[in-house]
Design a protein around this ligand. Structure first.
Ligand SMILES: Cc1ncc(COP(=O)(O)O)c(C=O)c1O
Length: 489
């Protein structure tokens, strides 16, 4: 049970406990699918990231990336843990204010900002509006002028840094849609430095999400320091902050029982696990050397470093509980290229083998009530969420099953239907799983409910928060029939 985390996620009396609460008992009260988020784990993750501040010699500001999950109860838990926020739209900005964040605790990102969103950000005095293009910079200046205010802005650079993550999660490549070319940004600093309506306070980049290597943070920090120096030398502007974005990885393969079923690159990405504080300590040391050589230590030590992680705060703080609603048997079919050593690997003649290397002749299919309408990355990015039985968490998980969700959509499966082998073909659970059994998908907190839809007329699920004071609270109710037509005229 390498998925267990002492004091947080454990197996007791055979079943799964989260922060001391019986997960199956929660499903009896609230039904499934059900997300359970842990406030103590959110606090733990924020405290871990705050250690970055101890390892560097400048100011530090931690902003949780609200896009990863922004139900108000979670935003409040983040706020109570002493963390600021990164928002991506006027809607997220509004939710942040509702959750009790002050404007100066908010960083406003996004690519296609509308005027009303810029107005909302300026009126609320956000810490910085991250600017995505020269056009947008002029729009922000014009808006601030009209409002008679000065907007804090930070320019987003696209420095051409490649991370070894999923292609859809790369954001700092020149081929990506984000940010400005460094030369454009330098020109903008020169052009707008005397603007009465813009406070050019920082620069920003985000390398990508689930970055497997800490080295990209050193590279990013070095690029940003070089930009900081050039801006100071060419314009005299002393920037107040450098924002290195988010992207710290979460180890989705902490339970490695199926790790061999993944192709090497995919495995490396899912199993990535390094300490952000250590990564930033070595990044800081490298950049400090450069600052010393350039006689610019004061510039470096005078800045605030911002980080805006989402996944590493929220992903492992939640589980998704789902009930098996249907089952069937089918002759074995291998959907993907098998990998050496994997469960359900194929023998030389293509026969699918079970974990003890006996030929499998029948696939046991389990149909759950958790589909890609609530776990979209399972379909779009072939994301892996480790699956266990919540009712029999303490039993051996050695029997292979084919798993699929409830949607009337052939892509709604827990394996890689395109046959590229990016996910295991079978999942391992206890023997004889039948309809009615409650299962748990782990590490489900990030980019799940935040991307959910009512596809197929399915109700968006409720969310329970296990609180730091030992109680539980329903922070989002399940949709009802009326919610399905709430906006239909
Ligand atoms: C600009 C920006 N900042 C922060 C994040 C958060 O990234 P992660 O959840 O990987 O930490 C993202 C996510 O894509 C992003 O686009």
């Amino acid at each position: 049970m390498t998925w267990a985390i002492e004091g947080f996620l454990e197996s007791k009396d055979r079943s799964l406990y989260i922060d001391g609460h019986d997960a199956v008992a929660l499903t009896r009260e609230y039904g499934t699918p059900l997300f359970v988020y842990s406030e103590p784990r959110i606090r733990h993750n924020i405290a871990r990231l705050k250690q970055v501040g101890d390892n560097i010699g400048c100011g530090f500001k931690l902003c949780y990336a609200a896009k990863a999950m922004s139900t108000l109860g979670v935003l409040r838990a983040v706020r109570d843990a002493g963390c600021d926020l990164e928002v991506n739209s006027g809607g997220e900005l509004w939710k942040a204010l509702k959750a009790g964040f002050r404007g100066d605790q908010l960083n406003f990102n996004g690519l296609s900002k509308e005027v009303w969103e810029i107005e909302l950000a300026i009126e609320n005095g956000v810490y910085a509006i991250q600017v995505d293009s020269l056009y947008e910079l002029s729009l922000i200046e014009e808006t601030a002028k009209r409002l008679g205010k000065k907007a804090n802005v930070s320019l987003r650079l696209v420095p051409g840094i490649e991370s070894n993550t999923h292609s859809g999660l790369q954001t700092a490549m020149l081929t990506s849609k984000f940010g400005m070319m460094p030369d454009e940004a330098f020109g903008a600093f020169a052009e707008y430095k005397d603007s009465e309506h813009l406070n050019l306070s920082g620069i920003h980049l985000h390398v990508g999400s689930q970055n497997p290597s800490p080295a990209v943070y050193t590279q990013a920090f070095e690029e940003m320091f070089a930009a900081l120096l050039r801006i100071f030398r060419e314009t005299g502007i002393r920037l107040q902050h450098i924002n290195l974005g988010g992207g710290f990885p979460v180890n989705y393969l902490r339970d490695g029982s199926q790790a061999d079923d993944f192709p090497a690159e995919q495995r490396e990405m899912f199993a990535a696990d390094f300490s952000p504080a250590e990564a930033m300590r070595s990044a800081w040391a490298e950049v400090r050397k450069k600052a010393e050589a350039e006689n610019a230590l004061d510039l470096l030590e005078g800045i605030t470093l911002l980080l805006e992680p989402g996944r590493s705060i929220i992903a492992d703080a939640a589980i998704c509980l789902t009930t098996v609603r249907n089952h069937k048997e089918r002759p074995v079919h291998q959907s993907s290229t098998p990998y050496e050593g994997g469960v359900a690997a194929a023998s030389a003649d293509g026969v699918v083998l079970s974990s003890d290397h006996r030929p499998l002749t029948t696939d046991h299919w389990l149909l759950t009530d958790a589909g890609f309408n609530i776990l979209l990355s399972m379909e779009t990015y072939k994301w892996y969420y480790h699956l266990i039985s919540a009712e029999r968490a303490g039993e051996p998980h050695e029997t292979p099953y084919k798993l699929a969700g409830p949607l009337c959509d052939g892509g709604d499966v827990y394996f890689d239907i395109e046959g590229e082998g990016r996910l295991p073909d079978h999942r391992l659970l206890p023997e004889n799983v039948e309809p009615g059994e409650v299962l748990a998908l782990l590490n489900c907190g990030a980019y799940s409910l935040a991307q959910a839809s009512q596809y197929n007329g399915r109700f968006l699920p409720p969310v329970v928060l296990t609180k730091a004071d030992g109680t539980t609270e329903l922070i989002r109710r399940r949709d009802n029939f009326e919610d399905l037509i709430a906006n239909d005229l």
